[in-house]
Design a protein around this ligand. Structure first.
Ligand code: KG4
Ligand code: ZN
Length: 366
């Protein structure tokens, strides 16, 4: 018997919006029966970011195996499923169509309903997936109204979630997404791709107060901006770079000695100070929005929510419960697509087999 007030259902989720090819089977929007993720990150690392054509080609090569593995790990066949959910958008057009078309084929062949899922909504539903030891905060499902922050490579969105599938978008980034800023600054510091984990690792032992990077507060709005911060890091690096005589132009008194890299840059301090500037703005604005909209609980999701500093900072001193998915469910996966697909399924959504991918599908249109 399902503990949820919604009927039981088993959903196959398929995700291919960026550089992860993923398939998962989730029961009742909560219990993960299988969760397979094939990451292409290594292939894109040499380009310093996702190369769209390479991404779609890899999805085509991998998707069949990934879906088959998800079914095998769950010891199920297509006939055991209630529906097939796939990411419809937002994402890279060439990547989205691979997963969506594969899902259409499965739906047609099996007679199971097709459900097109919004990737941002799915990031939110990753917080409904069953708790494990890695989860921060409460094991019980979030309660509405919920103030949510979606922070990924492509999006930074503050959204008030009033109920299941009921959203009010409050604001978002006007330029770079938070994850994009991590990726660009990592590239600038000579750290690898993806930049978020690289910056986090590089920041260990660094002084987060070594450099006072700017925070774009954008008062009286719920919007964000990270491009000025990225430029400030660039200018600082240029100023710190040794000239031909080996002298740097500018020095911060707070630079930790052990943090100087071989090329003379205090990488750990730069990484820690940059990370602190991003986290400060994200946490402060999310808290204010929660107060303003009388939302007692917070939910943070998306790739950047894997960041330890963000997780600790948002949880510290929060008045109500804070929900952050376990780290492995923060970055792109298909369990979250199946979880969102479940709530869409039990609310009656059934999509036609000729739906198109929606590469720029905003959460405000749900
Ligand atoms: O949600 P996601 O996997 O894909 C998108 O939907 O975009 O997010 C990927 C983003 C990348 O920009 C990556 O650098 C960032 O999440 N990210 C992190 C961390 N892990 C992944 N950013 C900061 N700290 C992390 N630990
Ligand atoms: Zn994502």
């Amino acid at each position: 018997m399902s503990a949820s007030k919604f009927p039981p259902a088993r959903i196959l989720g398929i995700e291919s919006s960026c550089d992860e090819t993923a398939a998962a089977i989730v029961e009742d929007g909560r219990t993960i029966l299988s969760n397979v993720v094939a990451s292409q990150a290594e292939m894109h690392a040499k380009y310093g970011g996702v190369f769209p054509e390479v991404a779609s080609r890899e999805h085509i090569k991998t998707i069949y195996t990934v879906v088959q593995e998800a079914l095998e790990q769950a010891h199920l066949t297509l006939s055991d499923l209630d529906a097939i959910a796939a990411t419809r958008g937002p994402g890279l057009p060439g990547s989205l169509v691979v997963g969506l078309n594969f899902a259409k084929g499965l739906a047609l062949g099996s007679g199971k309903p097709l459900i097109g899922v919004n990737h941002l909504e799915a990031h939110l539903y990753s917080a409904w997936l069953s708790a494990d030891e890695e989860r921060e905060g409460s094991p019980d499902p979030p309660q509405f109204p919920l103030l949510t922050l979606i922070v990924s490579g492509g999006h930074t969105e503050l959204v008030l979630m009033k109920d299941h599938l009921d959203y009010e978008r409050l604001g978002g980034t006007l330029d770079d997404a938070a994850g994009e800023a991590f990726d660009k600054v990592a590239r600038l510091l000579g750290l690898g791709y993806p930049g978020g984990p690289a910056i986090q690792a590089a920041s260990l032992g660094g002084n987060k107060r070594a450099f006072k990077f700017p925070r774009a507060w954008l008062e009286d709005t719920w919007d964000f901006s990270f491009s000025g911060l990225k430029t400030a890091v660039l200018h600082t690096v240029q100023d710190l770079q040794p000239d031909a005589k080996g002298k740097t132009h500018k020095k911060s008194k707070r630079i930790s000695r052990q943090a100087i890299s071989t090329d003379g840059l205090p990488i750990a301090d730069l990484a820690a100070s940059f990370q602190e500037a991003v986290v400060d703005v994200l946490v402060t604005k999310t808290r204010h929005a929660a107060q303003e909209y009388a939302a007692e609980e917070l939910l943070v999701a998306g790739g950047v929510s894997a960041n330890t500093s963000l997780r600790e900072s948002i949880a510290k001193g929060a008045p109500g419960r804070v929900h952050i998915p376990p780290v492995h469910l923060c970055t792109d996966n298909a369990a979250m697509i199946a979880a969102a697909g479940y709530y869409r399924f039990v609310h009656g959504q059934r999509d036609a087999l000729d739906i198109d991918a929606l590469p720029t599908w905003p959460i405000s249109e749900l």
